[in-house]
Design a protein around this ligand. Structure first.
Ligand code: AGP
Length: 614
């Protein structure tokens, strides 16, 4: 939700900020803006509704000379997307400019108080309140910018990552964080800041992740200083980034989403590496091995997540219950956090989040930890908030996911959950070692299976043409294929804007069956598993009502082939591994339908990759 970038140094400030905004555009693209300060002593603020490219167009004939700058790409919360509501916002006297990612919950109270002191507001945003408050405190107390920021933040309730610059001191950026990410890149004679490290990875690999309640003072020619809200100084912990620039480019693909779909053989290989050892006979997960007693004594596992990660979580329930015989509950993080959860120190809570920054998942993890549960994070983003707020965890290692629609992160999450379930089963002795070895061997072959499934690409592209103009879709599956149905429906909805519902196939007859006619295609995920005979009946029920069927089946299937209108075949494999494979044709189908409809698949309307607001 919103991306922020800042730069101070001798490089081309405008170019660095714009390139950084493009990298962060996955976080929001309702409007973009920047503030520049140069030797001419002017604070120049340029903003534009829409994507970063609109801002570039707007800036073409503007003065862009600068030594310091801050920039923002917005996902609207308070106030519609417009030039006026775009960031940066500036203070009444025009001396301060500020960018913000997050929400100020008590903005109304603060705004009323500031209006009583004569402040006028020009936008509908909560952010403008913050910059006016800082300026008000600065003038009233005749203090420095950093002191004013600290006092203002002590009055604010909510989430924020901010960066502020001041007309009178164009050599300094003051930045702060509370529940929204912010990372500082330390270069030679130059400093960067951003919502994640992608805007500066080609300039420096040295990064400092700001913690909640910290304020950074970035001054040209001086070492970085980090203060806490009580004005004490924080230790600076410099990390080395493992990110590479090629991971942030499309690599010849027309969209990040397609690139990320096709990357899955290699991302799954990296995800598995070192975790399935002795030719598949043993599972080695550090996050479990370091906490054996916790997993041996766990009486219950609760998994919290949102969106696609929630679908992976649901698969986690099936996997863990099957393999470890531990009861599992799966909760939407946004519901869990307000549901007065009952937890104690024998509960393990697993928080799953690709970005590691989803506000609800982060809050759920914090609540669970406070209640004494052991919290395990599964994330893709190294150094993000969730891994830092949990007791242990596992990274996906699938590389940065830039397309807003999650693809390779989903298969990575399911793979990590499969490994986790096998690892805990190995520890608790709930599976025979030859059962583990049989699955372990097949896991090592997963990248090859994925490679094979990707060969369906052209067939799926042709198939998509038949269904591009359907107005509704039903996705059906049973057992391990039910969460896959939910995920397939979500993929289609979010990038093609076609209404789609995922349903347990047997539940269909309790309502949704009424919708079936020749106009509504059903996508049925029906691999050859222990529920195969059951789903064949469901396929027949759809056909009997005149519905069109696209079925995902196991190679060699003859029964469903004779009923369905189209079949897409996947290789045979153990039932618990099928979701990783059957989800891939669904990703491709959504992609091509959205492309046929001319939609922007990497930046679908109203969405953002990282949801850091409630
Ligand atoms: C996935 O395609 C979606 N864009 C979305 O549902 C996403 O999975 C959700 O916002 C959770 O994100 P997270 O994994 O980063 O926490």
């Amino acid at each position: 939700m919103c991306g922020i970038v800042g730069y101070i140094g001798n490089g081309n400030v405008y170019d660095i900020l714009i390139k950084g905004l493009h990298r962060l555009e996955y976080r929001g693209y309702d409007s973009a803006g920047l503030a520049l300060e140069g030797e001419d002593g002017k604070l120049k603020v340029y903003k534009s509704k829409g994507k970063v490219s609109n801002l570039e167009e707007y800036c073409k004939d503007k003065s862009l000379d600068a030594k310091v700058g801050i920039a923002h790409t917005r996902w609207a919360t308070h106030g519609e997307p417009s030039d006026c509501n775009a960031h940066p916002h500036y203070s009444e006297d025009g001396k301060l400019a500020l960018v913000h990612n997050g929400t100020i919950e008590n903005y109304k109270v603060l705004k009323d108080a500031l209006m009583q002191h004569g402040c006028t507001f020009h936008s509908e945003t909560d952010t403008e309140v913050l910059v006016q408050l800082i300026e008000y405190i600065k003038v009233k107390n005749n203090c420095s910018l950093v002191d004013a920021v600290r006092e203002a933040l002590n009055q604010v309730v909510g989430a924020y990552a901010i960066a502020v610059i001041e007309k009178e001191h164009p050599d300094t950026i003051v930045a702060a964080r509370q529940s929204s990410p912010l990372v500082i890149g330390i270069g030679e004679d130059e400093t960067f800041l951003a919502s994640d490290a992608t805007p500066f990875v080609e300039y420096t690999k040295e990064a400092v992740y700001l913690n909640d309640g910290e304020i950074a003072v970035i001054k040209q020619g001086e070492p970085l200083k980090i203060l806490k809200l009580d004005n004490s100084e924080s230790k600076i912990d410099v990390k080395t980034l493992e990110l590479s620039i090629s991971q942030l480019e499309k690599g010849g693909f027309p969209h990040f989403m397609l690139k990320e779909i096709f990357e899955q053989p290699s991302t799954l290989k990296t995800c598995i590496r070192g975790r399935v050892v002795d030719d598949g006979r043993r599972i080695h997960i550090n996050g479990i091995n370091d906490h054996k007693d916790t997993f041996l004594n766990a009486k219950r596992i609760v998994i919290v997540a949102c969106g696609t990660s929630w679908h992976a979580a649901l698969l986690g329930k099936y996997l863990i219950q099957d393999m470890c015989k531990i009861p599992v509950e799966v909760e939407y993080a946004s519901e869990f956090r307000y549901s007065n959860p009952v937890l104690d120190n024998r509960d393990v809570v697993i928080a799953i989040s690709q970005s590691g920054e989803t506000a609800d998942t982060l809050a759920a993890a914090k609540i669970a930890r406070k209640m004494g549960a052991f919290v395990y994070g599964i994330s893709n983003s190294v150094g993000s908030s969730i891994p830092r707020e949990t007791d242990s965890g596992t990274y996906l290692h699938v590389g940065p996911e830039i397309g807003v629609a999650s693809t390779k992160a989903f298969t990575g999450q399911v793979m990590v959950l499969t490994l986790l379930a096998l690892g805990v089963a190995q520890l608790r002795g709930t599976m025979e070692s030859d059962q583990i070895a049989e699955i372990g061997k097949e896991i090592l072959r997963i990248p090859d299976y994925v490679e094979k499934v990707l060969k369906l690409n052209e067939k799926i592209e042709r198939l998509s043409l038949i269904y591009t103009y359907a107005r509704n879709f039903l996705y059906l599956g049973r057992g391990y294929s039910y969460p896959v149905a939910l995920e397939g429906a979500l993929k289609l909805k979010e990038i093609s804007y076609i209404h789609a519902e995922g349903y347990p196939a047997a539940e269909m007859k309790h309502g949704p069956i009424a919708l079936i006619d020749a106009e509504m295609p059903s996508v049925i995920i029906a691999p050859n598993d222990h529920l195969y005979e059951k789903i064949v009946s469901n396929v027949q029920q759809v056909k009997a009502r005149g519905g069109n069927i696209i079925a995902i089946v196991t190679e060699g299937d003859t029964v469903i082939r004779n009923i369905a209108d189209h079949v897409l075949e996947v290789p045979p494999m153990p039932e618990c591994l099928t979701p990783i494979i059957t989800s891939i044709p669904l990703q491709l189908l959504s992609y091509y339908i959205a492309i046929n409809k001319g939609k922007d698949v990497d930046m679908p309307r109203n969405l953002a990759k990282s949801v850091t607001v409630e």
